[in-house]
Ligand binder design. Structure first.
Ligand code: G3H
Ligand code: 13P
Ligand code: ZN
Length: 285
């Protein structure tokens, strides 16, 4: 069933687990997410980035996700990931997304608050939930020193003011993760997660979660992370399975068989993540 982002996040926040938010770019990824969610009886978020929407088209993504959600036996929200464009955010809402992220984190605090507040008001007026980002969650390719990196982490005082003034439903925080594959092992600032959770008492979001070791993920969830974003590990599963299949079956040219192998591999990876996040068995009817 299709539900609002805030219904899912509220349940996770109150019950101490994290909902997996998986990036969708094509039909097989949508199906893999739903299959994994049903296998583990997990509530789940399907999210599309601006790049994903450009690749597939907002209507294609929205319709595929809605069909999948409506037919699913578990609660599903459809979410825009890292929205930065007003028009695109409105298109997503119009096409039935039940949650949007406004990412104005590249701006200084006052501007981030101003942009976020506007989107939150519009989204709430039509029953759509909103995520925002405070601090800067970069990519692993960003070549910065430890000190520079820590300067981008979310400040608890700023976070308190940000949430109060914007009314945002859930907040993405910068605590040491980064988008894309990691070169070394990511080191999370667990104390910062704990302090921010105590101060805000709202659902918190961890981006850049692919490749983060299981014990770090579990600890982050125990400290108050309620939404965990995964894209890179899905891409890697897709890539690994297609390469393996083509190598082992050089004469097969049926795309359903090739991409079908990827769908199976992605389903397994996603189901493992759901168990790691503590969302297994948390679906409600
Ligand atoms: O947050 C980043 C996601 O992995 C989306 O990446 O913009 O290439 O779709 P993308
Ligand atoms: P990964 O690149 O670690 O999968 O992060 C995805 C993400 O944060 C999407 O918003
Ligand atoms: Zn992200």
């Amino acid at each position: 069933m299709l539900v609002s982002g805030s219904d899912l996040m509220k349940h996770a926040h109150e019950n101490g687990y994290a909902v997996g938010a998986f990036n969708v770019n094509n039909m097989e990824i949508v199906q893999a997410i739903i299959e994994a969610a049903e296998q583990t009886q997990s509530p789940v978020i399907m999210q599309a980035s601006q790049g994903g929407l450009k690749y597939a088209g907002v209507e294609y993504i929205a319709e595929m996700a809605k069909v999948a959600a409506r037919n699913a036996s578990v609660p599903v929200a459809i979410h825009l990931d890292h929205g930065t464009d007003f028009v695109q955010i409105m298109q997503c809402i119009r096409n039935g997304f039940t949650s949007v992220m406004i990412d104005a984190s590249k701006h200084e605090l006052d501007k981030n608050i101003e942009i976020t507040k506007n989107i939150v008001e519009i989204a709430h007026a039509v029953g759509v939930s909103a995520e925002a980002e405070l601090g800067k969650i970069g990519g692993t390719e960003d070549d910065i020193t430890v000190d520079e990196r820590e300067a981008t982490f979310t400040d608890p005082d700023e976070a308190e003011r940000f949430v109060k003034e914007t009314g945002v439903d859930f907040l993405a925080i910068a605590v040491g993760t980064a988008h894309g594959p990691y070169k070394g092992e990511p080191k999370l600032d667990f104390d910062r997660i704990k302090v921010i959770k105590e101060r805000l008492n709202i659902p918190l979001v961890l981006h850049g979660s692919s490749g983060v070791p299981e014990d770090s993920i579990r600890k982050a969830v125990s400290l108050g992370i309620n939404k965990i974003n995964i894209d890179t590990d899905i891409r890697m599963a897709f890539n690994r399975a297609v390469r393996k299949f083509v190598e082992e079956n050089p004469d097969v040219y049926d795309p359903r068989k090739i991409v079908g192998a990827a769908r199976k591999e992605m389903t397994q990876v996603i189901a493992e993540k759901m168990k790691m996040f503590g969302s297994e068995g948390k679906a409600w009817k």
